[in-house]
Design a protein around this ligand. Structure first.
Ligand code: UDP
Length: 372
């Protein structure tokens, strides 16, 4: 039977949308389906009161890779937003990431030497040689005060586990800086697409057939028969009917609130680092685009245990889950005609720029095997 499409792409997030765009440019026919009623996956923004609401959590684009930066800039103009979150802990506000401003607010230290002395003393007192868990890792990197003010409670809320039961690697990327610099990311390119992320998704999927509100698993045989090959970006364990066991995820619940004031917190992101709040942060969306609307929309982010009725946001890459994932991965590599990509199918804590890069690599690989 003649297939109508070269590729059926399951999931309209960044991996699938980039793949569809590139293959369409190479003369392939693609159909993108998504079970949600919109395209874009978790980067989707919902416009309310003229504000682009990051419905599935804050997305701040950053990369060091000029190629990826140029790639996204084909589809949208980026503003000069720089992520400089604040932290509220035990009634006081601090700048993040940990830098000279934070140290001044915490200890009153004014010079890098003064701050470094305190941190080094605390590392010497509380740190360990080979950290076995997140708590030991954090104490060895930043000492006790920073750990207890900013890390312990936040991390335990975020992951729903004691810091002593979490793997050390989660915290490895927390930067400590001895300059007065509140830029959260170290990357050279950063910003928010003007008009929101939908502008990019619409650009990528321009001229591509799309269908929303379609659940792959409800109509799998019929859908698979439409195309030569499948690109699958959903949960890898679900694709294989959970035959090697369930992979675990961390979920999030978002509480969106409309406030009849112009400015709620004066910053896009405020982390709530102590245990007296169940949410980890409040996002005020208008500040991502320097909005001047009369009203404002804020979102409280509550980490949640995941079950199959909930959205999977973060893979939990502990040894139990990695063992199970290995089995699915092996099976996926033996399967012809199906490509697996993205956060859920690769079970990896990817950022946006990394997803785009991995999708472009995949397209290159395939195009090399079969020259056009
Ligand atoms: N973290 C923390 N305090 C903070 C921010 C982050 O302890 O104020 C830790 C926490 O363990 C978290 C990790 O750093 O899981 C990564 O946080 P980040 O905000 O970079 O990741 P995101 O959740 O935005 O992907």
């Amino acid at each position: 039977k003649e297939k109508r499409y070269d590729y059926l792409i399951v999931g309209a997030g960044l991996f699938g949308s980039v793949f569809a765009h590139e293959m369409t440019n190479r003369g392939k026919k693609c159909l993108v389906i998504d079970k949600r009623d919109h395209l874009g996956g978790n980067v989707y923004c919902e416009e309310k009161e003229g504000i682009n609401v990051h419905k599935y959590g804050a997305h701040i684009f950053h990369t060091n890779d000029k190629k990826i930066w140029d790639y996204v800039n084909q589809f949208a103009t980026f503003n000069n937003y720089i992520n400089s979150p604040l932290s509220l802990s035990k009634g006081k506000l601090y700048n993040l990431p940990f830098n000279m401003n934070t140290f001044y607010q915490l200890w009153g230290t004014k010079t890098p030497q003064e701050a470094k002395k305190i941190i080094d003393e605390q590392i010497a007192q509380y740190g360990v040689k080979s950290p076995q868990n997140l708590e030991e890792q954090a104490l060895s990197l930043v000492g006790k005060d920073i750990y207890e003010t900013f890390i312990k409670a936040y991390t335990e809320k975020q992951w729903g586990k004691k810091a002593t039961e979490l793997p050390a690697f989660i915290i490895k990327r927390l930067p400590v800086r001895y300059t007065y610099n509140n830029n959260y990311f170290n990357d050279i390119y950063q910003g928010i697409p003007i008009g929101g992320y939908n502008v990019i998704i619409n650009g990528l999927l321009d001229g591509v057939d799309t269908k929303t509100g379609v659940d792959f698993f409800e109509d799998r045989i019929e859908l698979e028969s439409l195309a030569d090959k499948i690109v699958y970006t959903g949960k890898i364990d679900e694709f294989f009917g959970y035959k090697h066991g369930y992979l675990e995820y961390r979920s999030l619940r978002f509480e969106h609130e409309l406030h009849d004031i112009e400015n709620y917190q004066g910053n896009a992101v405020v982390n709530y680092n102590d245990a007296s709040y169940a949410f980890t942060r409040i996002i005020e969306h208008k500040h991502f685009e320097f909005g001047k609307q009369d009203k404002t929309i804020i979102t409280k982010e509550y980490p949640e245990n995941w079950d199959r009725s909930k959205e999977a946001y973060y893979p939990i890459n502990n040894s139990r889950n990695q063992e199970i994932f290995k089995k699915y991965k092996k099976e996926s590599q033996q399967l012809e005609g199906v490509i697996f990509g993205g956060r859920l199918a690769e079970y990896r804590y990817y950022d946006m720029h990394q997803i785009i890069a991995s999708s472009l690599v995949k397209v290159e690989e395939i195009s090399k095997i079969k020259p056009q």
